[in-house]
Design a binder for this molecule. Structure first.
Ligand SMILES: *Cc1c(COP(=O)(O)O)cnc(C)c1O
Length: 478
């Protein structure tokens, strides 16, 4: 495909500007261009076709089944987009919040943020929520900085460690390290959940916090949470819940009730805000009483009938400009209001049911190292196929030729040839059946003739790339 620059023809235009009817302002000399910038000169139809063709080369949830485990690539109702495109939200300038005199003009936005934070707190059993963090990992950093602020405030200067199980999401240890902590890893038990004895061995007075991903990256619910929480609190270590995948438990159980002190949500996984192409994301953080005074700010507060802003007493300061990605808050609010509590329960019911359906249909043909029921995603393994020379990556690439996005492969790293499959609650039985049938067909194919699988994909714009080199020497002109 040609680059848009190669389609450029001198003088071709998509727009024609009217003659200037305001006084001309000149830029300072040092800011003026010496020569015209090398922008492509193309007609409107060229631009439309170029980008439409490009968009069709991507997999997207609007066009393809997308069972990318851990990522929750679910369908978001278009209603949330419609609400977010309301000009009252879209054209609101964030600086209106900077001076109290203008707060009367922001009451709707303040109310929405206040109510969304309240709804999220209710869903997770937390005392208060900040909407500022702009990604899940950013929420983790916020949470670990809150833990650090708590210990600093208490004079717990000896605490320098955070415990993280090997089944945690990869961002957890990175966030803890960025907040200045040493990370100690705890292995999983045979059943795929945290090894409680090994956990007790590494828990001591130097531990500032424990980060649990739940369901963990084996797709399993951590069954010993109560014991872990009690043991942690005994040494004044705080408990962090990675709630990126809240669609697994929403309406069924609440991290706050389990003893967690702090957690993050991923609005772009559970609450219908865009996820493809990197966001923009939103990773609100909820806290219990212990951490409330340290929350980032400003927080929206309700005073009588109106809303204002207040900095929490011992705030760690702002974690993002203004209120984070406000337009994501609008979508999430619309989604929660649309579904109501019954709807949210039905989300987690179906997310878990669908993953178990796929697990049950496929676990004989592919391996599954864990015996327990999975939550919202299942971890299968291409270890049986690898004996015939077909690896998880070959299955992933072949699925693309069937018009389905690949599952997450080689993660979790604790499972050989892992394939992490998350169908999400929004898929129909027919779609999941077709996926299962294709997977079973590939398992048969691997036994008979592995070669075609090893050379897939055949129908994509590119075949197999050297992924390290492709990231460093980007070349889009294929
Ligand atoms: C996706 C995910 C994260 C990270 O979220 P980002 O928004 O990508 O930073 C953290 N933990 C878990 C369990 C996740 O699935």
């Amino acid at each position: 495909m040609q680059l848009i620059f190669e389609k450029s023809r001198k003088g071709r235009r998509a727009i024609r500007l009217d003659a200037l009817d305001v006084p001309e302002a000149t830029l300072p000399k040092e800011l003026q261009r010496k020569e015209a910038s090398a922008l492509p000169e193309v007609g409107e139809l060229d631009v439309v076709r170029h980008f439409t063709h490009l968009s069709k080369r991507n997999f997207s949830i609007d066009a393809n089944f997308y069972p990318l485990g851990s990522c929750t690539m679910k369908y978001n109702p278009k209603m949330a987009e419609a609400v977010a495109s309301n000009p009252g939200f879209m054209n609101l300038h964030p600086h209106l919040s900077s001076a109290e005199a203008y707060w009367p003009t922001c009451q709707g936005a303040f109310m929405l943020m206040h109510d969304l934070a309240g709804l999220l707190a209710e869903i997770a059993g937390m005392k208060e929520v900040t909407l500022q963090p702009i990604a899940g990992a950013h929420g983790e950093l916020t949470g670990t900085l809150l833990i650090a602020a708590y210990h600093r405030d208490k004079g717990n200067t000896h605490k320098d460690t955070i415990i993280i199980p090997d089944s945690a999401h990869g961002t957890n240890p990175a966030s803890a390290a960025l907040a200045g902590y040493k990370v100690v890893e705890v292995p999983s038990d045979k059943d795929g959940t945290i090894h409680i004895e090994k956990f007790r061995e590494v828990l001591n007075d130097k531990v500032a916090g424990i980060m649990l991903t739940c369901p963990n990256t084996h797709g399993l619910f951590e069954k010993d949470i109560r014991a872990i929480a009690d043991a942690a609190h005994e040494v004044d270590a705080l408990l962090y819940y990675d709630g990126a995948n809240l669609n697994a438990i929403m309406g069924r159980s609440r991290p706050g009730d389990m003893g967690f002190d702090v957690m993050h949500f991923n609005l772009h996984k559970t609450f219908a805000t865009p996820h493809g192409m990197g966001g923009p994301g939103s990773g609100p953080v909820g806290v219990g009483e212990r951490l409330q005074p340290f929350l980032p700010g400003p927080q929206v507060v309700k005073e009588g009938d109106s809303y204002g802003l207040r900095m929490p007493e011992k705030s760690i300061g702002p974690m993002a400009a203004f209120f984070g990605n406000f337009m994501m808050a609008v979508r999430a609010y619309a989604y929660i209001r649309l579904l109501g509590s019954e709807g949210l329960c039905s989300v987690s019911n179906h997310a878990v049911l669908h993953a178990n359906y796929i697990d049950t249909r496929l676990k004989e043909a592919f391996g599954n190292p864990f015996i327990s029921r999975c939550m919202h995603e299942c971890v299968l393994s291409a270890a049986p196929q690898s004996k015939n020379g077909v690896r998880a990556v070959d299955i992933a690439k072949t699925l693309l030729d069937y018009g389905m996005h690949a599952p997450t492969v080689y993660f979790p790293m604790t499972v050989k040839e892992s394939m992490m499959i998350e169908p999400t609650e929004t898929e129909s039985k027919e779609t999941m059946d077709r996926f299962c049938e294709v997977m079973l067909e590939l398992a048969e194919q691997a036994k008979k003739d592995p070669e075609p699988l090893q050379h897939a994909p055949r129908t994509m714009p590119v075949g197999r790339l050297d992924e390290v080199r492709a990231a460093k020497e980007l070349n889009c002109s294929f």
